[in-house]
Design a protein around this ligand. Structure first.
Ligand code: ASP
Length: 415
C-alpha cells in the first residue's frame, strides 16, 4: 500500500483531532480519560508550535534579507514593493467592506441579552488605548536593537532590520557578496529543518484540535451564535469566494489548484491560530506546491505574515459594529469610515499570534467611542473564531505572492 502524502496525512490528522475532541467532550470534561488525553494533546501541540517558533525568527531574518537582496538582482525591486503593498491594502480593504456589509445585512448584536453584556463590562477593565497612543507605540516598536529583537522574538522589529540589511547589501553590491551567500545558505538550512518539523505536523495538528475542542466553552457559541455565524460566514465568503476570484482573474489559477497546493498551510493556520507559527509551512507551500519564485516568496510571505491580515481586518470591523449594536448606538457613515481605517491599522499592527486581534481591537472600539470593555464578552469565543480568521490571513498572504509574481513577471518586465 502506498503511504499517503504529507498533505493527506495533515488532513487526516485534522479530521481525527476534531472527531476525538467531540468524543472526549461527550464522555465528559471531568472524566479521567478526557483529562489524560487533554494533557497528552497539550504536550504534543505545544511541542509542535515550539518547534515552529524555534525556526521562525532565523527564518524571517534570513528570508527577508535574502529576498530583498535577490529582488534587486532581478531589477524588479520597485515593482515588487509597490505591487505587494498595494495588494495587501486592497485585499484588507475588501475584507473590511465584507465585514461592514455583513453587519448592515444581519445586524448582529441587536436584541442580545444586555444582562450578560453588563456583567462582562463590570468584570473587565480594558487598557485605554487611543488611536494616537497605538500609533506612537506601533512606530516605537518598529526600530530596535536587532539583538534585542532577535532574542525577544519580536517579528516586526526583526523584519524591519532585515529590510534595512537587505537594502544595504544591495547598495554595497559585490563587496558584500559573501555575506549574502552565507545568509542564503543559512536560509536553505532553516528550510531543511522546516522539512523535518513538517513530518510531525499531522500529529501536532491533531493534538491542537483536540485541545481546542475540549477546552472551548461551546455553549457560549449558542448565546453569541448569530455573531459567530455572521463572522464565520463572512470569513468564508472572503476566503472561499473573493480571494480565489481575485487570484483567478489576475493569474488564471483555479481555486482547486490553489487549495491543493495551499492546504497544508491553511490547516496549520486553522489549528495553530498563528500566522507566525504557520510561516515556515506557508513559505514551503508557495515555493514547492504553488511554484512561486524564491525571491518573491521569501519577500512577500514573511512580510504578509506580519502585516497582511484579511481575516483579522474583517473581524475587527464586524466586531466593532456588533458592539455598537449591543450598546444601541448607530454608527453614521463617518464613524464607519473611521472603523474602516482603524480596523486596517489594527490588523497591520496585530502580531501573528493567537487572539492578537482582540488586543488591537481596543483601539478600533475607542476610535468611535465604544466601550473597550466590551471585548470581554467576545474573548470566550475568540479562540474558536481565531481559527478561520488566521486561515484567511494566511490565505491572503499566499494569494498575494501569486498575484505579485504574476504582476512582476508579466510581459513588459525586464528579467
Ligand atoms: N491569530 C491571528 C494570526 O495569527 C491574529 C488575530 O487576528 O488574532 O494571524
Amino acid at each position: 500500500m502506498k503511504f499517503p502524502s504529507l498533505n493527506t496525512q495533515i488532513l487526516l490528522g485534522a479530521l481525527l483531532g476534531i472527531m476525538i475532541g467531540f468524543a472526549l467532550v461527550s464522555i465528559g470534561k471531568d472524566s479521567v480519560l478526557t483529562k489524560t488525553s487533554l494533557y497528552a494533546a497539550n504536550l504534543v501541540g505545544t511541542f509542535f508550535i515550539d518547534l515552529l517558533k524555534m525556526v521562525l525568527i532565523p527564518l524571517v531574518f534570513t528570508s527577508i534579507t535574502v529576498g530583498v537582496a535577490n529582488l534587486h538582482a532581478h531589477k524588479q525591486i520597485h515593482r515588487v514593493w509597490v505591487s505587494t503593498l498595494s495588494f495587501f491594502v486592497f485585499s484588507m480593504s475588501v475584507a473590511i467592506v465584507v465585514g461592514l456589509m455583513a453587519n448592515a445585512l444581519f445586524h448582529t448584536g441587536k436584541g442580545l441579552h444586555l444582562e450578560m453584556f453588563q456583567n462582562a463590562m463590570a468584570n473587565f477593565a480594558a487598557k485605554q488605548q487611543t488611536p494616537s497612543d497605538f500609533f506612537t507605540h506601533f512606530l516605537h516598536g518598529l526600530f530596535m536593537n536587532p539583538f534585542t529583537a532577535l532574542a525577544q522574538g519580536d517579528v516586526l522589529a526583526v523584519l524591519i532590520f532585515a529590510l534595512f540589511l537587505g537594502v544595504a547589501l544591495v547598495v554595497g553590491g559585490e563587496r558584500y557578496k559573501n555575506i549574502l551567500v552565507l545568509l542564503q545558505e543559512f536560509l536553505d538550512l532553516i528550510m531543511q529543518m522546516v522539512r523535518w518539523i513538517m513530518t510531525i505536523a499531522p500529529f501536532g495538528i491533531m493534538a491542537l484540535l483536540i485541545t481546542l475542542m475540549v477546552t472551548q466553552d461551546v455553549a457560549l457559541l449558542g448565546t453569541l451564535g448569530k455573531f459567530a455565524v455572521v463572522v464565520s460566514g463572512s470569513l468564508l465568503f472572503h476566503g472561499a469566494l473573493l480571494l480565489p476570484l481575485i487570484l483567478y482573474v489576475v493569474t488564471g489559477m483555479t481555486p482547486w489548484r490553489f487549495w491543493h497546493g495551499a492546504r497544508e498551510a491553511l490547516v496549520t493556520a486553522f489549528a495553530t491560530s498563528s500566522s507566525s507559527a504557520t510561516l515556515p509551512i506557508t513559505l514551503r507551500c508557495v515555493e514547492h506546491n504553488l511554484h512561486v519564485r524564491k525571491e518573491i516568496a521569501q519577500f512577500v510571505i514573511p512580510l504578509g505574515a506580519t502585516i497582511n491580515m484579511d481575516g483579522t481586518a474583517l473581524y475587527e470591523a464586524t466586531a466593532a459594529l456588533f458592539v455598537a449594536n449591543l450598546v444601541g448606538i448607530d454608527l453614521d457613515l463617518t464613524q464607519q469610515l473611521i472603523v474602516f481605517f482603524t480596523a486596517m491599522f489594527a490588523a497591520i499592527g496585530a502580531p501573528g499570534i493567537p487572539s492578537a486581534g482582540m488586543v488591537t481591537m481596543v483601539m478600533v472600539l475607542q476610535s468611535v467611542g465604544l466601550p473597550a470593555e466590551a471585548i470581554a464578552i467576545l474573548l470566550p469565543i475568540d479562540r474558536l473564531l481565531d481559527t478561520l480568521r488566521t486561515a484567511a490571513n494566511v490565505e491572503g498572504d499566499m494569494i498575494g505572492s501569486l498575484v505579485v509574481q504574476k504582476i512582476v513577471y508579466s510581459k513588459g518586465s525586464n528579467t
